[in-house]
Every structure is written in structure tokens, then in C-alpha cells.
Design a protein around this ligand. Structure first.
Ligand code: NOJ
Length: 552
């Protein structure tokens, strides 16, 4: 068997601390709340946790606008709580990776408060400034959250650059002093014993020449500050710091194609893996539904792009920025559990490290938002205003917002059927999804047919069958409009390949498959016979995992 590293064998669980578990009943999840749930996470079987930012922040972008990199946000607890959490997690054999947000800070970070005072301030150079007259920004580049990337600052009479909200000024990675401060801060955390980083918005570090116009490339509106040539110098500095530790590093790398990925995550890459965006269309402005052929193509392109040791994939279906996957697949209510299992098997058996986002293992779904006041995330408010400006009515705009907003993923975790789903004794800013009486952890953990139990089984299968970790990916029926079918190839002639067949639609699917010798059913979401025939009919969202005779 090929040798594998811990981060290749591991399964991750993403915690959005604000909405995970509230231990002090202030309506906000916190670090002691996470500690309380370590037994739950162990029961599920995951190996590491990724915590969304827990640092001091004015929360314009829920923690992604940091004003103190070395301080814990008081609503989440104290540094002592963090140290305790890290220690308890390690004792339970759970690793912890943190969010590293170094493309930008909050505009309330002491560096920025200094930087904006005058052009001569020693911190001025920590950010990206440009001369220009008020109301005439230096160029027409659009910010990812809407509006221009430029914001005028009266104090020093210049524009500053922001990829995201105007309260999140981008750091100037050309400044050696800034880089040194950032690398020292990273080392400080790594020396504390954290096990790695999810690296936020990292493909945006380098900006192109500001004289370039945005142009008409509507498919790539952020191209001038996404994976721009020269970024490798900055990334190599990060890599050199990371290389001193045995870490899991996963870069959030929008704009990096599967073809470019080997230089990012290959044997000499900057990170161990990256989150790609091709299979999940982030920031899409219209109602969001999955296009099955495009979805299959994106996944197989990434599997093939990083095959044969050219790199390693980070596998995910949900996170704090995208709607819930069951809702994305537009699943009828009576098929939600079945579809949740199909989605789970479909991505979990690919080659890479799977991440589960909190509540995904329970089949949590989008929230039925009807009013903009129910929404917290700032970019949805921008988007709403844009839709109204385009002439949509409030009701029409809310249909779009309801299916696309990131708040769908950020509602409180559904622990049980008591008030506020057991998340807190008080109401939180984002309401609990009204379906919590039916969809909650207590209803599922000891139920052998539940989605939670299905995830447990998938995690154990990965642990028991190294082929599910190392086996190469081979897609079958690439042109089928409903079925995603692939093999994971074992290395020997033994009984060693795995075959995954998933109907990604709510309609019956028919297909012909070349004969599969010695097929043995390992897991399914329907009650089915062991056999697999050459001409099959799969029920809506039916999913099966077989062991079959090796191709080799
Ligand atoms: C990506 C994060 O996942 C998202 O939540 C955040 O708003 C932006 N980066 C800006 O940091």
C-alpha cells in the first residue's frame, strides 16, 4: 500500500463557532460549547476540527475582519478557554486547525488605524493605497461583496483597496515589514500547538497592475486580483514557515484551475490541499441549483488533475459560505434523508480529505427566509439592494436571497427538539430552522438508518479500506445525465476496487454498465440485493458502494 500522511487519512469537521453550541446562554456559540461536544464529534468519528475565525473582530464579516490576531473574541471565551479546548481535543485524539485570514484585516485593526492617519505613518505601507480624486476611483474593478474595490479615506486623502467589504482593507504583501509581522504571528500560533490552517482568500494576495481595466470578462470579474503572477513569492514565504511543522494546510483558492493546482498542492506545493470552487458556484447571483453534468465534470476534472501523486484534493459539499447541499439539489422533503446519504457517499469516496460542515451530517437544510431583516450576512444585503435596483420587487429579490444567502449555513446547530434546538436557552441573531423538531442530533445518533449513522459508516469504511484513501479515480458513464459513477482502483489483482454509483436526481435513472466481476455490496441507502446487473435501474437518489474485482 502507498504510504499516506495523517492529513490524507483524516476526516475533518468544520465548526462555525457562533452557531455551534452556546454554553453561557448569551445566544452566541462559544469555545466551552465546543468542548462540551467533543464526545459527539468522537462518536461521529472525525479526526480534526476546522474552526472558523475566533479572533477579536468587529464582526462586519463575522470574524473575517480581524482586529487582533492574537486575541480571542470575548463572545467566544478567553485564551485560557482556547488552550483548554486544544488540550482536551488533543487528549481525545482530535486535531484542530484554525482559520488564517491574512489577505486583509478589519479597518479597526491598530495597523489600519495608524495607516490611515497619514502617508508618512510607518504602518501606511501595510495596506494598499492609491492617489485619486474623491468619487473617481483609480479603476473599475468590482469588489467580491459588491461595489468598487476602492474606498476613499478622508484622513490621508487616498483610496485603499478591499477585495471584500470596505471594512476589510487588503494588506500590502509587498511590504517586507508586514510580511515579517504576519509570519511571526503565524509562528506564535503554531508554537502553541495547533495542527494547521485553513488559509482564507489566499489566491487574492497579489494584485495586477492597477491601470488595467476590468474589461468585459464577466465570467472572471475578479481576475486582476485572483491568482495573479508573482503570488508565488508570497506563498513560498508562507510555505517555508509551514514546513517547520507537521501541519494540515488547506488554502481557499478561488480562481486556481485544476490545471494550475499541482503547483499549489503537488509535492513541492504551498499547501497540502486547496478548496476549489468549480463544483460549487460561489457568489452566484441568481437562484442557485446544481447543474448535474457540470457538477460531475468539475469533480472529475479535479480528481484527474491531481491524480497519481500530483497533489491532493480537499473534498467538501458545504461550508459557512454556501447553501445547504440538500437544498442545492432541490430535494423533495420525503427524500431528504435518502438524498443526504447519496450526497455523502458521492463526495466521501472521491480521492482526497473529506470535510463535513456542522449539521451536514444531520441533513440540515436552507432556512425559509422571507424578509431581508432576518438576514445577517452583509453581502446578502448588498445583493438585495442590487436586485431591487435592477427592478425586482422585494418578494422577487427575497426568492433569490433565500436560496443563495450564506446565512442558510449559519443558523444554529440542531441538537435536539427542545427550545432553540438545544443550541441555547435564548434566541440567537439567526433563528433556528423551524424543521429542528424533525432534523436534530438526538433523533439520529442512535438510529441505525439515520444520516448521522450513514456518515459514521462512511468514516469507518475509509479507516478500514485504504483503497478509499489512496486508490486512483476512474470515472464511468461520464456522459450520463443523472448518474455519477466511478471506481477507486486498488493496487493489486486482489478483490480490491471500489465502485460508487449515485443517482443525483429525484427521478429514476437507467444505465448500462460493463460487467463487474465479484461485485459485493458494501453500503447503500435503499434496501437492495447484493447483485449488480449490466442494465440497472436506480431509484431517486439511490446510492451504492460495491467492492469489485480489480481492473489490474
Ligand atoms: C472567504 C470566507 O470563507 C468568507 O466567509 C469571507 O467572507 C471571505 N473569505 C473574506 O474573508
Amino acid at each position: 500500500m502507498k504510504e499516506t500522511k495523517w492529513w490524507q487519512q483524516a476526516v475533518g469537521y468544520q465548526i462555525y463557532p457562533r452557531s455551534f453550541n452556546d454554553s453561557n446562554n448569551d445566544g452566541i456559540g462559544d469555545l466551552p460549547g465546543i468542548m462540551e461536544k467533543i464526545p459527539y464529534l468522537k462518536k461521529l468519528g472525525v479526526d480534526f476540527l476546522w474552526l472558523n475565525p475566533i479572533f477579536v473582530s468587529p464582526n462586519v464579516d463575522n470574524g473575517y475582519d480581524i482586529s487582533d490576531y492574537q486575541g480571542i473574541a470575548p463572545e467566544f471565551g478567553t485564551m485560557e478557554d482556547f488552550d483548554k479546548l486544544l488540550d482536551q481535543a488533543h487528549q481525545a485524539d482530535l486535531k484542530i486547525i484554525m482559520d488564517l485570514v491574512v489577505n486583509h484585516t478589519s479597518d479597526q485593526h491598530p495597523w489600519f488605524l495608524q495607516a490611515k492617519l497619514s502617508r508618512d505613518n510607518p504602518y501606511h505601507d501595510y495596506y494598499i493605497w492609491h492617489d485619486g480624486k474623491k468619487d473617481t476611483p483609480p479603476n473599475d474593478w468590482p469588489s467580491i461583496f459588491g461595489g468598487s474595490v476602492w474606498e476613499y479615506n478622508e484622513e490621508c486623502g487616498q483610496y485603499y483597496f478591499h477585495t471584500f467589504a470596505k471594512e476589510q482593507p487588503d494588506l500590502n504583501w509587498d511590504s517586507p515589514k508586514l510580511r515579517q509581522d504576519i509570519l511571526e504571528m503565524i509562528t506564535w500560533w503554531l508554537d502553541k500547538g495547533i495542527d494547521g490552517y485553513r488559509v482564507d482568500a489566499i489566491s487574492h494576495l497579489k494584485k495586477a497592475d492597477f491601470t488595467l481595466p476590468q474589461g468585459n470578462d464577466n465570467a472572471r470579474p475578479f481576475a486582476h486580483f485572483q491568482n495573479v503572477a508573482g503570488i508565488e513569492d508570497y506563498l513560498n514565504e508562507l510555505k517555508n514557515v509551514f514546513a517547520k511543522y507537521d501541519l494540515l494546510t488547506v488554502g481557499e483558492a478561488s480562481g486556481v484551475s485544476a490545471g494550475q493546482a499541482p503547483s499549489w498542492v503537488g509535492p513541492d506545493g504551498y499547501f497540502k490541499m486547496i478548496f476549489e470552487f468549480d463544483h460549487i458556484n460561489l457568489w452566484q447571483k441568481t437562484e442557485q441549483k446544481i447543474n448535474i453534468p457540470g457538477f460531475k465534470k468539475a469533480l472529475s476534472t479535479w480528481q484527474n488533475g491531481l491524480s497519481h501523486g500530483q497533489g491532493w484534493n480537499a473534498l467538501y459539499m458545504e461550508n459557512h459560505d454556501v447553501p445547504r447541499s440538500i437544498s442545492l439539489f432541490d430535494v423533495p422533503e420525503d427524500l431528504e434523508v435518502t438524498a443526504g446519504k447519496a450526497i455523502a457517499m458521492m463526495y466521501f469516496c472521491l480521492q482526497g480529505t473529506p470535510f463535513i460542515y456542522q449539521g451536514q451530517e444531520l441533513g440540515m437544510t436552507n432556512f425559509p427566509f422571507t424578509k431581508i431583516e432576518q438576514i445577517e450576512t452583509q453581502n446578502s444585503h448588498y445583493q438585495y439592494q442590487e436586485l431591487l435596483a435592477q427592478g425586482l420587487t422585494k418578494k422577487e429579490a427575497m426568492v433569490v436571497i433565500q436560496s443563495t444567502t450564506r446565512d442558510n449555513a449559519r443558523t444554529p446547530m440542531q441538537w435536539d427538539d427542545s427550545k432553540n434546538a438545544g443550541f441555547s436557552e435564548v434566541n440567537s441573531r439567526l433563528a433556528v430552522n423551524p424543521n429542528y423538531k424533525k432534523i436534530n442530533a438526538t433523533a439520529q445518533i442512535d438510529q441505525p438508518d439515520s444520516l448521522f449513522s450513514f456518515y459514521q459508516k462512511l468514516i469507518q469504511l475509509r479507516k478500514n479500506h485504504p483503497v478509499l484513501i489512496t486508490g486512483e479515480f476512474l470515472e464511468l458513464l461520464p456522459d450520463h445525465q443523472q448518474m455519477f459513477v466511478y471506481k477507486r482502483l486498488g493496487e493489486t489483482k486482489e478483490f480490491a476496487d471500489f465502485l460508487v454509483l449515485v443517482n443525483l436526481t429525484d427521478e429514476v435513472a437507467r444505465f448500462n454498465l460493463p460487467e463487474q466481476k465479484e461485485a459485493q455490496l458494501i453500503l447503500s441507502n435503499y434496501t437492495v440485493e447484493n447483485s449488480l446487473t449490466n442494465s440497472e435501474i436506480f431509484q431517486p437518489f439511490e446510492a451504492r458502494l460495491y467492492q469489485v474485482a480489480s481492473e489490474k
